[in-house]
Design a protein around this ligand. Structure first.
Ligand code: ADP
Ligand code: ZN
Length: 530
């Protein structure tokens, strides 16, 4: 029984203070809670750390019955339930990790209404037994956490989420609240449709995380660059380092440890006990660096993560935003640092080409990668571009990202692009040969090395016509052409090939502006507004 909207302390506010020990609601928590308590459906978009959990936990306590929380984070259910029990809230979970006795006990508690929240994995709702169980209890509301998992075009699709549309058909009078930290307006629309949340009120928080400084640097010697970042700016700080492969997680963790940094590895190849132990240590001890694949981090609530570093390019802006969002949940200045290079583009394009799935799926992956590449290559404010991607127009440059702190120069790279594309063209069309970026750059620089001599590439008309740029600058040209789809990579050796769009550049119908490769890395760590 609550009295939303009467102005006095509501049951919700009372619960916030009495049970959770907080003074005030944050952002639109109060509005969401009032709406759901009153029986309305809600779609809540809030960045990680925004405080989504209370949006369903408080209605769960205020409304009669048990709140059923659907969450894909099976590994964290125990922690979530423990955290609630620690403040005196009765909660339980059902998933595949439980033994039969415990399962029966939780089921009985649910039916008797002795708990206020029941956490379920999405696949459970595909089983008739679970549905029959739910029919026997009284449900206060359904909360659907990580709701973006229902989006087929998202980066985190889980087919089990599609079955959740039936909740509305089976329990038309039970309010539903879907929550996510990741949604473009397209994903938001998809969530609403697929979960049949057509009547739901949308609550969309700002996605800006002003205390996070975004920086994307050219990748040279990534581990050394990382070490410099940790030593110069984050000595003794807790942080997360993301790598694409398990092997590179292990190597990077070893490298950091050998250089005196307290680092731990985390990836799906480690046994469950080691993973759990490393995760617990990271959460409980101060100043540990977790080197991990993206298997690590979903649902991790550690407020004082001071930096998130990516040694490899994330596959999508959604992923990048979510991963970097684990930094600075306490609101203090934090760094999101990404090292990105030519090899990342080559590797990811190759992964997409060889991925399972139909053409539409590969196109979707490619579109996500393109948005990520555009963020890397932009000469604009990174934050502005990031927020715009999430449908939130940014009006002013933020002053707290690398492009704001040290605006990159752009230059007209049309001629350079033409030289490079002609090289690829000559090799391909005249000689029917394909080579990787390194060799093409050697030809442009006029290097008389073995490979050049062997293939007599010093006879090509393009040999030595590119001495105005340095080797690293040429690699920057290749990378940016790849990023813009003006050049493609193919096959196991990452050989270069022309695209349809290449012709526009070769035919002088298109100019190509490029970002100048910085001489020195940006190292200004002044937070905004201080
Ligand atoms: P999300 O699920 O959106 O990532 P959480 O629900 O885990 O975020 O909340 C993030 C942190 O903020 C938690 O430590 C939580 O206890 C805290 N928090 C949430 N709401 C409030 C509030 N109104 N006042 C103070 N702290 C809050
Ligand atoms: Zn900026």
């Amino acid at each position: 029984a609550s009295d939303p909207g009467t102005g006095g302390p509501t049951a919700a506010l009372d619960t916030l203070r009495r049970v959770f020990g907080y003074d005030e609601f944050r952002g639109f928590q109060a509005e969401v809670i009032d709406h759901v308590v009153a029986g309305g459906d809600a779609l809540v978009l809030m960045p990680t750390g925004g405080g989504k959990s209370l949006c369903y936990q408080i209605p769960a306590l205020v409304r009669d019955g048990v709140a059923v929380v659907v969450s894909p984070l099976i590994a964290l259910m125990q922690d979530q339930v423990d955290a609630l029990r620690a403040v005196g809230v009765k909660a339980g979970f059902l998933n595949s990790t439980l033994d039969l006795d415990t399962r029966r006990l939780v089921e009985a508690e649910f039916v008797a209404g002795e708990i206020d929240l029941l956490y379920l994995a999405p696949e459970a709702l595909g089983s008739q037994a679970t549905l029959r169980l739910l029919e026997r209890g009284r449900i206060a509301l359904f909360a659907i956490d990580e709701a973006h998992c229902v989006s087929q075009w998202g980066h985190d699709f889980r087919p089990d989420y599609l079955t959740l549309s039936m909740l509305h058909e089976r329990w038309p009078d039970v309010p539903r609240i879907a929550l996510t930290a990741t949604a473009t307006s397209a994903t938001r629309a998809e969530i609403a449709t697929r979960l049949q949340l057509t009547e739901a009120r949308h609550f969309v928080a700002s996605f800006d995380r002003p205390n996070i400084q975004y920086r994307i640097v050219p990748k040279r010697e990534p581990r050394k660059q990382l070490l410099a970042l940790l030593r110069d700016e984050h000595p003794g700080d807790a942080g997360i380092v993301y790598c694409l492969s398990r092997a590179s997680v292990d190597k990077t963790a070893e490298f950091l440890v050998a250089n005196g940094v307290a680092a731990l590895p985390y990836h799906a190849g480690l046994d469950a006990a080691t993973r759990a132990r490393n995760q617990q240590r990271f959460l409980r001890e101060d100043g540990l660096v977790m080197v991990a694949t993206i298997a690590f981090g979903m649902g991790i609530d550690k407020p004082d993560v001071r930096f998130v570093a990516h040694l490899d390019l994330p596959k999508s802006v959604e992923g990048y935003y979510q991963e970097t969002g684990r930094a600075g949940r306490d609101g203090l200045p934090s760094t999101a640092w990404l090292a990105y290079g030519l090899q990342d583009v080559v590797q990811q394009r190759k992964m997409i080409d060889t991925s399972e799935g139909d053409l539409a799926h590969r196109r979707n992956l490619a579109a996500h990668l393109d948005a990520m590449l555009a963020l890397c290559e932009t000469v604009r404010c990174r934050r502005g571009q990031l927020l715009e991607y999430f449908g939130q127009p940014a009006t002013v440059a933020c002053g707290n990202c690398d492009t704001c702190l040290e605006p990159p120069e752009s230059w007209d790279g049309t001629v350079a692009a033409q030289k490079l594309l002609s090289t690829v063209f000559r090799l391909d069309r005249e000689r029917n040969q394909r080579f990787g970026a390194g060799h093409c750059v050697d030809i442009l620089l006029g290097k008389q090395n073995d490979k050049v001599t062997q293939f007599r590439h010093d006879q090509l008309s393009v040999f030595g016509i590119g001495t105005e740029l340095r080797d690293t600058e040429w690699r920057g040209v290749v990378r940016q052409l790849l990023a813009e789809g003006l050049l493609a990579v193919e096959g196991d050796y990452g050989t270069l090939a022309l695209t349809e769009a290449s012709a526009e550049v070769l035919g002088r119908r298109r100019t190509v502006m490029m970002r100048r490769e910085p001489e020195k890395p940006v190292r200004t760590a002044k937070p905004r507004g201080s």
